[in-house]
Design a protein around this ligand. Structure first.
Ligand SMILES: [Zn+2]
Ligand SMILES: [Zn+2]
Length: 747
C-alpha cells in the first residue's frame, strides 16, 4: 500500500491522502509531480501528487471522503487513486517548489495554485501525447536485489537511481554496454519505457544569428549594459532603466546569444504580445526557428505544444505574457522582464500573483540572471536598485541620434475648446499634417462619450448593477458599462421624463476620431483602443497602415503607450489626465508618470524632433511640474521619497481583504470579524472596513480592509493564522471575499 498526498484543484487549504494501487503501480517509480485522477466528493478530479509514503492522518481523510457533501457517515477508509496519467512528472521538483512558494507567498490553496500553473489541456484527465524516447526505469528499489548484481550492473543501478530512477538508453549507452542493460531487464530490476524526448539542436540557428545582418553595432551605453549582464553567471537581478528609443531590445538580443550558446533557454516576459508583434518579429529575424511566442490568442492545443517545447528543450527563446512564467523549462538560463512596470503582470483574480516577482524568485532558485527593463521602472524595482539589491544599469541616449520630444503643459483654464482640444493646438496639428507628419492623440476613455444625460430633467443613464454612468458607443450603437461589461441599446427617450432631448457628455476615442476626420479632412484618422484592436491580425494590419502613412491622425487609449514605434509622429497631444491626479489610489501618481513618459516616447523617434502637449486645468500641480521639468528619473525618485514619508510600499507591505456582497452589511460584518482577529497582532495597522474606490459592481457592494505592516514575514505569519480562523466563519463559504496579499490595484 502506497499512501500519497495529492493537491486537488479545490479552494481548500490542505492536501488529501489517497492510496495508490492501480495497475501501473507495478512501476515503483516516484509519483511526486505526476498527475492522477482521484475521486473527490462525488466527482473525479485531476490532482498532482505532492508527497509520498505518508501515514494517513485523520484530518486528511475526513475531507477526502464524501462526508462533506453528503449525509453519509464518515468513513476512515482511504480512497483509491483511479488512474495515473503521467510517466514523467508534469511538475518537476523545481516547479513544485514554485507551487509551494506561491501558495505560501500569496496565501492561496496549493491545489488551486497547481491548477493555475498547468495549461488547460493538462487539467483534463488525458495522458500526455508527446515525442517519445527509449528509457530505462528501475522497477524495484528493494535493496536485496543488490546481491544478485555484478559490480558493473550495480554501478549502472546506482547511476539510474541517482537520476530519479529513470535514464534514456542513449545516455546509458555512453558508459554501459547493451549486455548490462539487458541483464538488469532480465533480472526484473529495470524496464524499458518510452518517455518524452529532449531534442536540442540550436547550433544552426545560433550560427545564423551571429552572421545575421540585422545585428546592430552596440552603442557605448548598450555595450556597458551588455558586458555587465554577460558577466553574471549566477543569480543577479538587473534593472535596465533605458529611456524610450534607447535600444533595450538590442541589449536583450545580444545578451541572450551567449546564454543560448551554452544550450540554455531564455524566457522573455512581455506585457501583451498582441500589441507588440514587432518585438517578436525582431527576435525571430535574429534567431529564426528557435523563437516561440505564447499569448492569449493561442488555442489550448497550441499552448500545450509550447509547454512541450519548453520541457523538451526544442526551442530556445520563449516570448510570452504573464502565465509563461510557469513553463516547465528544460534548462532555463536567463529571464528577461520587458516593461517590468506594466500592470498586466499582476493577475487580478484567483491566484493573485505577480509574474515579475515570481520570475525573480525562479531566477534566484535556479541561480540564473534576470534582467528587468523599462523606461519607467516601478517604484518597487527602483527601490531595490537603489538599495543595492539589484544591479542598476541605465541608458539615457536614444540610438541613431534621435532626440527626445520637448514636453509642454497647456493651461486649459478659460481656453476655447473644440471636442476637447484647445484651438491653438489644432493649428499646430494642421502644420504638422501639412509637413507630411503624423499626430497622436491620447484620450482616457474608449467609446463615444462617457455619459448620456437628459437635457430636460438631468437624468444620467446608469448601469443598474454598478451605479456608474454608461458609456455611449456609436460603432456598436449601444451603451456599455465599463465596470461590468453590461450593454444596452441607446434609448431614444429619457426613462424618467420621456423627453427625447438626450445629450452626450465628455469625449471618448470615437467622438474624437469623428471630429478629427471632419475637421482635418482629407487627412484620415484611425482609432486604436481595445474595441478596434480585437484581434492580433487586425492590429498588425492597422500598424502596417500607420507605418505606410495611410492614416495621419492616431487616436487611442493606454494601448498607444505600450511599446509601439511611430516614427512619423511629431506631435502628441494628451487630452485629459486631470482625473488621475485626484485618484484615491496611492499608485496613481506613479501611473501618471509612466503613462505620460511612455506616450511621449512614441513621438519623434526617427530623427524628427517631436513635441508633446499635455492639456490640463492644473498647470501648477507639483506632480506635473516635476514630471515635465525634470523627467521620470527625477520624478520617480521624488515619489519614492513621498512614499517613504507616508510609510507606503515599498517602505511597508500592504494587503487587501475584500468582500463583494449584495447586502453591504453582510460584507462589513465579515470584515469586522476579520478586523477583530487582525488587530490582535500589534505590529500591523488595520484600516477599515471601508467602501472600495469602486463601491458597487455587478449588484455587489465592495468593502475592504487594508492591512499595513513593516515586515512581509510578519504579514505572512499573521494571515496563515487568521485565514484559517476566517474560513470557519459562518459566512466564509457563502459570501464572495478574497485576500490580495500584495495588491497593485486597490480600487
Ligand atoms: Zn429626463
Ligand atoms: Zn455595470
Amino acid at each position: 500500500m502506497r499512501y500519497i498526498n495529492v493537491a486537488v484543484p479545490v479552494p481548500i487549504r490542505q492536501v488529501f491522502t489517497y492510496v495508490f494501487e492501480c495497475e501501473s503501480s507495478r512501476e515503483q517509480t516516484p509519483l511526486i509531480g505526476k498527475r492522477l485522477v482521484v475521486p473527490f466528493g462525488h466527482r473525479e478530479v485531476v490532482g498532482v501528487c505532492v508527497e509520498e509514503n505518508v501515514t494517513p492522518d485523520h484530518a486528511a481523510l475526513t475531507n477526502n471522503d464524501s462526508a462533506k457533501t453528503t449525509n453519509d457517515a464518515k468513513t476512515t477508509e482511504v480512497r483509491k487513486v483511479i488512474e495515473l496519467l503521467d510517466h514523467i512528472p508534469c511538475f518537476s521538483s523545481e516547479l513544485l517548489t514554485i507551487a509551494y512558494w506561491l501558495s505560501d507567498y500569496y496565501q492561496h490553496p496549493l491545489g488551486d495554485v497547481i491548477a493555475t500553473m498547468m495549461p488547460a489541456s493538462l487539467r483534463k484527465p488525458a495522458k500526455l501525447d508527446d515525442v517519445q524516447e527509449d528509457c530505462l526505469i528501475l522497477v524495484d528499489s528493494d535493496e536485496e536485489n543488490d546481491v544478485l548484481l555484478s559490480p558493473k550492473q550495480k554501478s549502472l543501478y546506482s547511476l539510474i537511481s541517482s537520476n530519479n530512477n529513470l535514464m534514456t538508453v542513449r545516455d546509458i549507452k555512453q558508459h554501459y554496454s547493451s549486455r548490462i542493460i539487458k541483464a538488469l531487464i532480465d533480472k526484473d530490476i529495470a524496464r524499458r519505457i518510452s518517455v518524452s524526448k529532449p531534442r536540442i539542436n540550436w547550433q544552426s540557428f545560433l550560427q545564423q544569428a551571429s552572421t545575421n545582418q540585422s545585428k546592430h553595432v552596440a552603442t557605448i551605453e548598450q555595450s556597458i549594459a551588455i558586458a555587465a549582464i554577460e558577466q553574471a553567471n549566477s543569480f543577479s537581478a538587473f534593472l535596465l532603466e533605458g529611456i524610450t528609443g534607447s535600444g533595450k531590445t538590442e541589449v536583450y538580443l545580444q545578451v541572450l546569444e551567449k546564454v543560448l550558446s551554452d544550450h540554455k533557454q531564455v524566457l522573455i516576459l512581455v506585457p501583451e504580445i498582441g500589441l507588440t508583434p514587432q518585438t517578436v518579429e525582431r527576435f525571430a529575424q535574429r534567431f529564426g526557428d528557435i523563437v516561440v511566442s505564447m499569448h492569449s490568442g493561442l488555442t489550448n492545443q497550441q499552448r500545450l505544444a509550447v509547454w512541450h517545447q519548453a520541457r523538451r528543450g526544442d526551442k530556445g527563446i520563449f516570448i510570452g505574457t504573464r502565465s509563461s512564467v510557469f513553463l516547465p523549462f528544460h534548462n532555463l538560463g536567463m529571464v528577461i522582464v520587458d516593461e517590468e512596470h506594466d500592470e498586466s503582470y499582476k493577475q487580478q483574480d484567483g491566484l493573485r500573483y505577480h509574474a515579475r516577482d515570481l520570475a525573480i524568485y525562479r531566477a534566484k532558485s535556479l541561480n540564473i540572471p534576470i534582467v528587468m527593463g523599462s523606461a519607467t521602472p516601478s517604484l518597487e524595482t527602483l527601490f531595490n536598485a537603489r538599495t543595492g539589491k539589484y544591479h542598476y544599469l541605465t541608458m539615457t541616449k536614444r540610438t541613431g541620434g534621435a532626440v527626445l520630444p520637448s514636453q509642454h503643459l497647456l493651461n486649459l483654464n478659460g481656453l476655447s475648446l473644440q471636442s476637447g482640444i484647445a484651438t491653438g493646438l489644432l493649428e499646430k496639428v494642421q502644420q504638422q499634417l501639412e509637413l507630411g507628419n503624423q499626430v497622436l492623440f491620447f484620450v482616457n476613455r474608449r467609446g463615444y462619450a462617457p455619459a448620456l444625460q437628459c437635457h430636460q430633467c438631468g437624468h444620467v443613464v446608469e448601469c443598474d448593477g454598478c451605479g456608474a454612468p454608461m458609456t455611449m458607443h456609436m460603432s456598436t450603437n449601444n451603451l456599455q458599462c465599463h465596470r461590468c461589461g453590461y450593454a444596452n441599446r441607446i434609448p431614444n427617450k429619457c426613462s424618467e421624463c420621456g423627453s427625447q432631448e438626450l445629450i452626450s457628455h465628455g469625449i471618448g476615442t470615437e467622438k474624437l476620431e469623428q471630429f478629427l476626420d471632419y475637421y482635418f479632412s482629407p487627412y484620415k484618422s484611425v482609432r486604436i483602443d481595445s474595441d478596434s484592436v480585437r484581434s492580433k491580425q487586425a492590429f498588425a494590419m492597422m500598424l502596417e497602415d500607420i507605418h505606410a502613412n495611410k492614416y495621419q491622425l492616431l487616436v487611442g487609449t493606454q494601448i498607444l503607450s505600450k511599446g509601439h514605434h511611430f516614427p512619423n509622429v511629431t506631435l502628441a497631444i494628451i487630452l485629459n489626465i486631470d482625473s488621475l491626479l485626484f485618484s484615491g489610489d496611492y499608485r496613481a501618481a506613479e501611473r501618471i508618470g509612466q503613462l505620460v513618459t511612455q506616450l511621449s516616447g512614441r513621438a519623434g523617434r526617427a530623427n524628427k524632433k517631436g513635441e508633446v502637449w499635455l492639456q490640463t486645468h492644473q498647470p501648477g500641480h507639483p506632480l506635473l511640474q516635476d514630471l515635465l521639468n525634470n523627467g521620470y528619473t527625477h520624478y520617480s525618485r521624488s515619489l519614492l521619497e513621498e512614499r517613504k514619508a507616508a510609510n507606503l510600499p515599498p517602505f511597508s507591505y500592504l494587503s487587501l481583504l475584500r468582500t463583494e456582497t449584495q447586502v453591504a452589511e453582510i460584507g462589513i460584518e465579515f470584515l469586522q470579524y476579520a478586523r477583530s482577529m487582525l488587530t490582535q497582532f500589534s505590529n500591523a495597522t488595520v484600516i477599515g472596513p471601508l467602501p472600495s474606490l469602486i463601491e458597487k459592481k455587478q449588484r455587489r457592494y465592495r468593502y475592504q480592509l487594508l492591512i499595513k505592516c513593516h515586515s512581509r514575514k510578519y504579514l505572512h505569519a499573521m494571515f496563515a493564522q487568521v485565514l484559517h480562523e476566517l474560513e470557519k466563519h459562518k459566512g466564509a463559504n457563502k459570501i464572495r471575499w478574497h485576500l490580495d496579499m500584495f495588491p497593485t490595484d486597490i480600487s
